[in-house]
Write a protein of this length. Structure first.
Lengths: 259, 258
C-alpha cells in the first residue's frame, strides 16, 4: 500500500482518492446560501481565515496551541518513558502496577480538566499538566510492553559479558524499546491535540480552541468552519512531522533485540 | 501464580490509595481541593442516595452506546466496501486520510452552531470520530482475508451472500473487534467531553458542576466513576465477543492494547 511519495502515480492516486471530498465541498459551495448562519459555503471559510490572519489573532492562537502541545508531549514522553522502564524492567513491578494502570487508562483524560483547574488554577502550567497527563498513558504502556518484549536470551548474553546494570539499560533496553516508545508517542499525539483543544475550549484560554468557542458564541459560522479546517491541517502537519522524526530516530537508534 | 499476580494488582491499588491518604493527611500536599480517599468514600452514600447520579450515568452511557452504535453501522458498511473493492479504495482512501486527523473536539462548536445544547450535538461529536477505528480496522480485516480463502469459497460454489457470512465475516472478525473496542473508548471519552463543554447533562457536566460548586469529594467520586464505566463498557464488549466468536477472541485481545 505504501508508495514512493511524489511519484506521478502516487500523486494521481492521491488526487483520485480525494475526489469524494472535493465533490462534497463543491456541492456545498454550489448549494449553500452565502449568508447561511449554519452551513456557510467553503469560500466564506477562506475569506474568514484571511480576515483572522490579518488581525494577528490567528497567529498567536496557533503559537499558543502548538507550544502547549509540544511542551506537554515532550514532558509526557520523558516521564512516560522513565516510568515505563522502571515498571517494565521487573515482572513483579508489572504485576503490582497492572490493575492500577488498567484503571487509570480507563479514566477519560478530559474529565481531569476541572480537577486540575481546581487544584492549579488557570495557568499555562495547568494546561501542560493536563495535556501531559493525557499523553502519558500511551507512552508508558507502550514502553512497558516494549521492555517486556525484549528477548531474555539477550539479557543472558549481557550477563555472560559481565555488563553492569547501567550498561544493560543503556546498550540493550533503551535501543530495544525505542520503537515501542515511538509508537506510544504516535498514539499520544492525537490525544494530546484533543486535550489541548478541550482545555482551551473549557477555560476560554488563548489558543485555537478558545478562538473556536468565541466564534461559535458570536454565531460566526464561517470562522467556526475555517478553524475546523485549520485544526485538521494542524493535525495532519504534526502527524507528518512526527513520521519524519520517527524515521530519523529509528534509522539512528533502533536495534532489533525483540523476540 | 495467577492468584499471586492478581493479589499484587489489588495490592498496588491499595498502596496507591493509602499513599494518597497519607500525603493528604500529613499535609505534604497543600491543595485546598484535594480530598483524602476516605473523605471521598464518606461522601459516597449521600451522593448515591441522590437520584441524579443514576440519571446522569444513564444519560452518558446511553449517549455513548447510541453514538457508538450509529458509528459502528456506518464504519462496518464503509469499511467492508473499502476492503472488498479496490476501485472504491482508490477513489476514497485519501478522503478518509484527510478527514480522520480532524480532532474530534473541534466538532463541538460546529455541533453547537447547528443544534445548540442538545443530544444531537452530543451525537454528532460522538459518531464522527468513532467511525474511523471501525472503518479502518474493518477495511484492513477484509483486505487481509487471504485470496486462498476466497478461492475455497469459490470452489465450494458459495453464493456471494454465503461467502460474506461464512468466510469474510469470521475471517475479518478479530480485526473488526479491535476497531469496535477502540471506537467504544473514543465514544465514551467524547460523550464526556461534549457534556463538559457542549450539552450540559450527564457525568461530564456533573464533574464540572461539582468543581464549580467547590465540592471536591463529589467531583472526585464522579471522576473515579468514569474510570469504572470505561472498564465496565470494555469488559462488556469483551464478554459479548467471547460469546459471539469463541476461539477468535484470543488473537484480538492483545492487539487492542493501546
Amino acid at each position: 500500500m505504501k508508495q514512493r511519495a511524489f511519484s506521478p502515480s502516487a500523486v494521481l492516486l492521491w488526487a483520485k482518492g480525494s475526489l469524494p471530498f472535493a465533490i462534497f465541498l463543491l456541492i456545498w459551495q454550489l448549494f449553500a446560501s452565502p449568508d447561511s448562519s449554519q452551513l456557510p459555503p467553503p469560500s466564506s471559510w477562506l475569506l474568514s481565515l484571511s480576515l483572522m490572519a490579518h488581525n494577528s489573532a490567528l497567529g498567536s492562537a496557533i503559537a499558543a496551541t502548538t507550544s502547549i502541545l509540544v511542551i506537554s508531549l515532550m514532558l509526557a514522553s520523558v516521564v512516560g518513558f522513565i516510568l515505563g522502564l522502571l515498571i517494565g524492567m521487573s515482572a513483579a513491578m508489572r504485576d503490582w502496577f497492572s490493575l492500577l494502570l488498567e484503571y487509570f487508562r480507563a479514566v477519560p483524560p478530559p474529565v481531569l480538566i476541572p480537577v486540575i483547574v481546581l487544584m492549579l488554577g488557570y495557568s499555562n502550567f495547568m494546561k501542560v499538566v493536563v495535556v501531559a497527563f493525557a499523553g502519558l498513558w500511551p507512552v508508558l504502556l507502550n514502553t512497558v510492553s516494549g521492555v517486556s518484549k525484549i528477548s531474555p536470551s539477550i539479557f543472558d548474553m549481557a550477563r555472560s559479558l559481565h555488563f553492569s546494570r547501567f550498561e544493560i539499560v543503556r546498550k540493550i533496553v533503551i535501543p530495544g524499546v525505542v520503537p515501542s516508545l515511538l509508537l506510544g508517542i504516535r498514539v499520544a499525539l492525537p490525544h494530546a491535540i484533543i486535550i489541548t483543544l478541550v482545555v482551551e475550549m473549557f477555560t476560554g484560554a488563548a489558543g485555537i480552541g478558545g478562538l473556536m468557542m468565541a466564534a461559535e458564541r458570536n454565531f460566526n459560522a464561517p470562522a467556526v468552519f475555517a478553524l475546523l479546517m485549520l485544526v485538521g491541517c494542524l493535525g495532519l502537519a504534526l502527524t507528518a512531522l512526527f513520521s519524519v522524526m520517527e524515521r530519523l530516530i529509528v534509522w539512528r537508534w533502533s536495534s532489533s533485540v525483540q523476540r | 501464580l495467577n492468584t499471586l499476580r492478581a493479589l499484587r494488582g489489588i495490592g498496588g491499588i491499595f498502596i496507591f490509595f493509602a499513599m494518597w491518604e497519607a500525603v493528604v493527611r500529613s499535609g505534604l500536599a497543600q491543595y485546598d481541593y484535594l480530598p483524602a480517599p476516605s473523605a471521598i468514600i464518606a461522601g459516597l452514600p449521600a451522593l448515591l442516595s441522590d437520584r441524579e447520579v443514576t440519571t446522569e450515568t444513564m444519560h452518558t452511557v446511553g449517549a455513548t452506546l447510541l453514538g457508538w452504535g450509529i458509528a459502528v453501522m456506518i464504519g462496518l458498511t464503509l469499511g467492508a466496501l473499502l476492503g472488498v473493492s479496490k476501485l472504491v479504495r482508490d477513489y476514497s482512501l485519501t478522503t478518509v486520510e484527510l478527514l480522520r486527523p480532524i480532532p474530534a473536539v473541534a466538532l463541538v462548536p460546529v455541533g453547537l452552531l447547528l443544534f445548540g445544547f442538545s443530544l444531537q450535538t452530543e451525537l454528532l461529536v460522538i459518531v464522527i470520530p468513532s467511525i474511523w477505528p471501525v472503518l479502518v480496522n474493518t477495511m484492513q480485516g477484509v483486505m487481509m482475508v487471504s485470496a486462498r480463502l476466497r478461492d475455497v469459497a469459490d470452489s465450494l460454489r458459495l453464493s456471494p451472500f454465503d461467502t460474506v457470512i461464512k468466510v469474510l465475516i469470521p475471517a475479518a472478525a478479530p480485526a473488526v473487534l479491535v476497531g469496535l473496542r477502540l471506537s467504544l473508548t473514543t465514544a465514551l471519552v467524547l460523550a464526556i467531553v461534549v457534556e463538559m463543554i457542549g450539552n450540559p447533562q450527564g457525568i461530564g457536566y456533573a464533574v464540572v458542576r461539582e468543581a464549580q460548586a467547590l465540592q471536591p469529594e463529589a467531583m472526585f467520586a464522579y471522576v473515579l466513576l468514569t474510570g469504572v464505566l470505561g472498564i465496565l463498557l470494555n469488559s462488556a464488549l469483551i464478554g459479548l465477543s467471547k460469546v459471539l466468536l469463541p476461539g477468535e477472541f484470543a488473537s484480538s485481545g492483545a492487539r487492542g492494547r493501546r
